[in-house]
Design a protein around this ligand. Structure first.
Ligand code: TA6
Length: 305
């Protein structure tokens, strides 16, 4: 059964064995299993904390939470009543349709419209569609944001927002390298002062590691980057997502997260494509699309195996 719905989740199964599971809650992908050409047995590519809430009581600590309409603490007047990272990851989305179901891949569309539970905290008209596509060795997620305002006023009733895919990539955190980000400007959110957090830096390293507590927002990042570790890795290609965040709390910040399993910080790196520096703006009737394609890196089988 390529697309199976049950108990608030949707399971996609590829004919070659890879799979994805996502919750209608937050449209949160909580599992992506895929093999490689050299090791075809599907293995879990995402991290979900064993303490994560999967019952819709709070955003999932892991997988791919969808961040919209604000990243981090709100800074735009339209978002002033919203929680950190906005509401998309904590609303129940609607299963709209199966978009593709073939040997090439399996794809589904979920939608989110203003609901009573959003209403009092956010009053801009919008429509979200989230398309999740599973191919044999890759997972794509596309967020389509539409400004459904019918206003013809001037200035136009623009929709201004941020969006990000908060990917928890399963990896040996202390051996991860992310590149190419050298010379890219970034903001270090681990700085202890606001001045420090607002101070733009230039990445000096050829590859970024997360052996220390890391919370870096890279602005105007390349459209493709690799997340690698000995014997494994993924490539992320993006469209419409000009920035990327790299986060790992390590113990110093990880122990403060009540839903982070002990030592969980050793098992993932968050590499989060987004539009988070400044705001995307769309006029009434227009649609913005942000897309990521995450593909497994096929490491050559070692000759001594
Ligand atoms: O994307 C990195 C970040 O903004 C960190 O600052 C940290 O807050 C992380 O997201 C997790 O946020 P959450 O609201 O899911 O606990």
């Amino acid at each position: 059964m390529p697309v199976h719905q049950a108990n608030g989740s949707v399971i996609l199964t590829h004919p070659k064995g890879s799979s994805v599971e996502l919750l209608l809650y937050g449209a949160t992908v909580i599992s992506w299993k895929a093999g490689t050409i050299t090791s075809p047995e599907p293995t879990e590519r995402l991290f979900v904390s064993s303490k994560a809430a999967l019952d819709g009581s709070k955003p999932v600590r892991g997988g791919i939470p969808v961040v919209f309409p604000c990243f981090g603490a709100p800074t735009h007047p339209d978002h002033s009543r919203l929680a950190q990272h906005g509401f998309a990851r904590s609303q129940v989305w609607t299963f709209h349709s199966t978009v593709m179901d073939s040997d090439a891949g399996v794809s589904v569309r979920l939608t989110l419209d203003p609901t009573s539970s959003i209403g009092s905290t956010y009053d801009k008209p919008f429509h979200l569609a989230y398309v999740v596509t599973l191919e044999e060795h890759q997972l794509s997620t596309d967020l389509h944001v539409t400004n459904t305002s019918t206003s013809s006023a001037y200035p136009p009733d623009n929709l201004e927002f941020q969006a990000l895919f908060h990917n928890y990539i399963r990896a040996p955190a202390n051996q991860v390298l992310v590149f190419p980000l050298q010379n890219n400007k970034y903001y270090d959110k681990t700085e202890t002062t606001e001045e420090g957090r607002n101070n733009v830096k230039a990445e000096a390293r050829t590859a970024v590691d997360v052996r220390e507590f890391t919370d870096s927002v890279y602005e105007d990042a390349p459209p493709q980057y690799e997340v690698t570790w000995p014997g494994g890795g993924v490539k992320i290609e993006v469209k419409g997502l000009k920035d990327v965040v790299i986060w790992n709390p390590q113990r110093v910040a990880g122990t403060k997260l009540t839903d982070m399993e002990d030592g969980g910080w050793e098992k993932f790196v968050c590499v989060e494509p987004g539009y988070v520096r400044g705001f995307a703006k769309i006029e009434p009737g227009k649609t913005w699309v942000g897309q990521q394609v995450i593909s497994v890196i096929h490491h050559e089988r070692r000759t001594n195996q």
